[in-house]
Design a protein around this ligand. Structure first.
Ligand SMILES: Nc1ncnc2c1ncn2[C@@H]1O[C@H](COP(=O)(O)OP(=O)(O)OP(=O)(O)O)[C@@H](O)[C@H]1O
Ligand SMILES: [Mg+2]
Length: 511
């Protein structure tokens, strides 16, 4: 390791923004660049991003991070990438142009395609092979939608001109030169979210791709999460710099939280919430609505698996309160409103905006606020909004305990919402075990940095991650059991009210 290379650059391409974060050898943040991108909602249930905007923002964020630390690429040992998973980009490799906007993981437009694929076999048709139920969440059916609905796309794809990727692949292809020799790769964690990868052998499943009408030539090469995939393109800020780590955002956070032992888990509170528990080399199949996913794979080592509970809407509910209702000016303000009242006053918000994800997987649900009376103020709603995140996380934790057969004794948390102390206390109260926040809550970027740094020898391995992890604060549960159980029963009742909302009438009027 030469002295002039002292940092790892992590690119965190998230649902709401793209960040570039420079980490030093002790795992501390040196500088950050960040730009938000537009959330495009063409109709109810549709969510899109502009892939070009994401690429330009990423480039600019890299520039910000480098200039704010006043360094150039000679001091960057490697670049790691982490990304919003499942979001599908399809682009023309001859022009570098996307053929359609990125279809975001929250988008529900592929429900009919999923129903068609399920046929008589139901939504567990591919579960044995890919670890996932058929749901609009995953990338595969989104590719099908683009090929079936964008003029000329199918023909171009069959000719071999189109490439697919989650945003990791899209960025690596562009970073390494795009039309001039860009490499088309992804890592095992991202691939495990497409519904197209065999979860045991880690290669593409040709039969499922054929069912979905996806030519194999569109799919990126599947690599480990930690190896050199390529180098920054000539005439770019990162010229000749190794791109050496890729992890889906939730797997990256699991890595950054040093959950390397079987049974260790973390919960990330961002746009949605995602709880992952490390199951080691064993591939555990859930009986309680969790997903089987690849956690990480370091170079030639065996893959490590995880069980995941995905919740679609948590932090984005706060954004909705800010942007669509205008009750708050920024996200932290929700805590100030919530603090003004003792409890939710009887109101429950179930944010089933994309149906219900884990552990219910009910595509027919839509959001509801229940328990309303003339008594309820915006303060109660603010509180109910925060509590919704804690209730949903408790449901996922129950599923995890049931699947793994062991009870978690504490919960490591990270992500933007964990600055919210009221939420953290209520979370501890709802799960009955301590909630623990690390010093670095940008664990997503940190995990990607470690994956890249390990690949080039900047760090030796997982032990460095463990040594660098440091606790910031913990919240102990303080609610009595009976009160907690009452809350949970009311939450479950509220959830039941949201089911079955989608029907022909909704389709005809708003579809
Ligand atoms: N103090 C707060 N209280 C409640 N929610 C908050 C607070 N601060 C941020 N949030 C919410 O946290 C989310 C941002 O968290 P984070 O930055 O981890 O997400 P993200 O990484 O941008 O998500 P993604 O990776 O999906 O883009 C936003 O949805 C925001 O509404
Ligand atoms: Mg994120």
């Amino acid at each position: 390791m030469s002295d002039d290379k002292k940092y790892i650059l992590a690119i965190d391409q998230g649902t709401t923004s793209s960040r570039a974060i420079l980490f030093d050898h002790s795992g501390q943040i040196v500088s950050t660049g960040q730009l938000e991108h537009e959330q495009i909602f063409p109709r109810a249930g549709w969510v899109e991003h502009d892939p070009k905007e994401i690429w330009y923002n990423t480039r600019e964020a890299i520039g910000q991070a480098l200039s704010r630390a006043n360094i150039n690429r000679h001091q960057i040992a490697a670049v790691g990438i982490t990304n919003q998973r499942e979001t599908a980009v399809v682009w023309d490799k001859t022009t570098g142009e996307p053929v359609y906007n990125a279809i975001v993981w929250q988008d529900t437009r592929t429900q009919k395609i999923c129903d068609r694929l399920a046929g008589d076999e139901g939504d567990e048709k591919y579960k044995e092979r890919v670890g996932l139920p058929l749901a609009t969440y995953f990338s595969g059916p989104k590719i099908t939608w683009i090929l079936e609905n964008v003029d000329g796309a199918k023909e171009k794809a069959e000719k071999g001109d189109l490439l697919f990727g989650n945003t990791d692949s899209w960025l690596v292809w562009n970073l390494t030169g795009g039309v001039n020799g860009g490499v088309h790769v992804t890592d095992v964690t991202n691939a495990s979210r497409t519904m197209l990868m065999n979860i045991d052998t880690l290669d593409w499943n040709a039969d499922i791709a054929a069912d979905m009408g996806i030519p194999l030539s569109m799919l990126p090469e599947i690599k480990s999460s930690s190896e050199v995939y390529g180098h920054g393109a000539k005439e770019s800020l990162l010229i000749d710099t190794p791109i050496a780590g890729i992890l889906g955002d939730q797997q990256a956070a699991t890595f950054g939280q040093a959950c390397f032992e079987v049974g260790q888990a973390k919960n990330t509170y961002g746009t949605g919430n995602f709880m992952l528990i490390n199951t080691g080399e064993e591939l555990v199949r859930s009986e309680n609505g969790l997903l089987t996913t690849v956690c990480y794979k370091i170079g030639d080592n065996k893959p490590i698996y995880a069980l995941e509970g995905s919740i679609a809407v948590t932090g984005s509910l706060v954004q909705w309160v800010r942007d669509n209702l205008g009750l708050i000016k920024d996200a932290p303000e929700i805590e100030k409103l919530a603090e003004k009242v003792e409890d939710n006053g009887g109101a429950y918000v179930v944010p089933a905006f994309s149906g219900l994800f884990a552990p219910h997987w009910d595509a027919s649900a839509r959001g509801a606020i229940v328990g309303l009376t003339r008594y309820i103020t915006k303060n109660h709603i603010a509180r109910a909004v925060l509590e919704a995140t804690a209730f949903q996380s408790r449901e996922v934790l129950d599923a995890m305990n049931a699947d793994s057969g062991v009870e978690l004794t504490e919960l490591k948390v990270d992500g933007g919402m964990v600055k919210n102390e009221l939420l953290m206390q209520f979370q501890a109260d709802m799960i009955g075990v301590p909630v623990v926040r690390p010093k670095v809550i940008e664990t997503t970027a940190l995990g990607a940095a470690y994956a890249a740094g390990i690949a080039v020898g900047f760090w030796d391995g997982e032990q460095d991650v463990i040594d660098n992890w440091d606790e910031d604060k913990r919240w102990e549960p303080s609610m009595d059991e009976e009160t907690r159980e009452r809350y949970l029963r009311l939450w479950k009742k509220a959830v039941e009210r949201t089911r079955g909302w989608m029907d022909e009438d909704v389709d005809a009027l708003y579809g």
